[in-house]
Design a protein around this ligand. Structure first.
Ligand code: GLN
Length: 331
């Protein structure tokens, strides 16, 4: 490891984040999610990028302390928890790991199994929440909140207004929930399961939180800042695989091709990315493209992954050497 080059590379990282932020800040394309009415009450201009390294360092630019609701980013972490609680086979019996190629809220099941395609679309995520509900019962939401808080390294809370807004208007998710009950993917009270699902989507995070949560997965389940083991390592491996193939809705193929980093996005405007054994990236910008991904978030990730050589199949390996040397010398 070339220690002398470290600080220079660290500065280059900050420069890169600042340049990326400045370049994409003027981009006002996309629209706020409005199917959950309360989501329109955010500042559309907010934009933050954060990188948390597996040695506990945090590098930020822009609005990385601004809170927003985690929405579908929660799906990755609740899946990890369900794998840990129920075991891989029990989870696979209820929800698959195939990309669906359909929108996140589509009412379609895998015709071969009659079960949801994967845990990163609503049908699969509601099933996963149902697994946690079945095993934990009344304390299921509290356990989810505790796990996500441990991954972020601070105590997270729920945005009650967004929760109520989604609970009042979430009829499509209710329809999905009842269909899941009908095919046996979930058991028990659909209303109770959806209540937990709506709450988990309404957990407030910042871009810095998403970076820390990503770095906990990158650090095979240990939060690099608190030193606490949050997730089991096999569950992390499975979660990262599904994030890689299904995490960006029906943009997942393009994302794997261009960015090449396991990631999960949410309609609140957040994206959480994981570079295994190296770092977590969190972005926040609430204007979304037609597939439901943050416009500036996708642009920033694409650029950062390219500049740092983060793609899983990076041909030169220069990128990972670059990141490794800055990780070893900044904190
Ligand atoms: N709570 C949202 C929903 O279920 C989450 C969707 C998302 O972030 N893509 O519709």
């Amino acid at each position: 490891m070339d220690q002398k080059r470290g600080p220079v590379l660290g500065n280059r990282l900050v420069e890169l984040l600042c340049d990326t932020h400045a370049r994409h800040r003027p981009n006002r394309s996309g629209a706020l999610a409005d199917y959950i009415p309360e989501l329109t009450r955010v500042d559309p201009e907010a934009f933050g990028i954060a990188i948390a390294t597996v040695d506990g360092g945090l590098h930020t630019v822009g609005d990385t302390d601004r809170t927003f609701t985690i929405q579908s980013v929660s799906k990755a972490f609740v899946y990890c928890l369900a794998l840990e609680l129920a075991g891989r086979e029990a989870v696979l019996a209820k929800v698959g790991v195939e990309p669906s190629g359909d929108a996140f809220n589509s009412i379609v099941f895998d015709p071969r199994t009659n079960m949801p395609f994967n845990p990163m679309v609503n049908a699969g995520a509601i099933t996963v929440t149902g697994i946690v509900h079945k095993l934990v019962g009344k304390g299921a939401f509290e356990l989810i909140l505790e796990k996500l808080s441990e991954a972020a390294g601070r105590t997270l809370a729920v945005d009650e207004a967004v929760y109520r807004s989604e609970a009042d208007t979430g009829h499509r998710n209710r329809a999905i929930g009842h269909l899941l009950r009908n095919v046996g993917a979930v058991e028990g009270s659909v209303d109770d399961i959806l209540d937990i699902y709506f709450r988990q989507c309404s957990i407030l995070v910042t871009a810095a939180d998403l970076a820390h949560m990503g770095s906990t997965l990158a650090h095979v389940g240990d939060n690099p800042v608190t030193g606490r083991q949050v997730f089991d390592l096999l569950a992390v491996r499975s979660t990262l695989a599904v994030m890689f193939t299904c995490g960006m809705y029906d943009y997942s193929g393009n994302w794997a091709f261009d960015v090449g980093v396991p990631a999960k996005s949410g309609v609140g405007g957040g994206i959480c990315g994981v570079v295994n054994r190296q770092l977590g990236i969190g972005t926040y910008s609430p204007r979304l493209d037609p597939k439901g991904n943050s416009v500036r978030g996708v642009a920033a990730f694409t650029e950062i992954a390219d500049e740092l050589g983060l793609h899983a199949f990076e041909y030169s390996n220069v990128g990972s050497a670059f990141v490794r040397s800055f990780v070893s010398s900044t904190g």
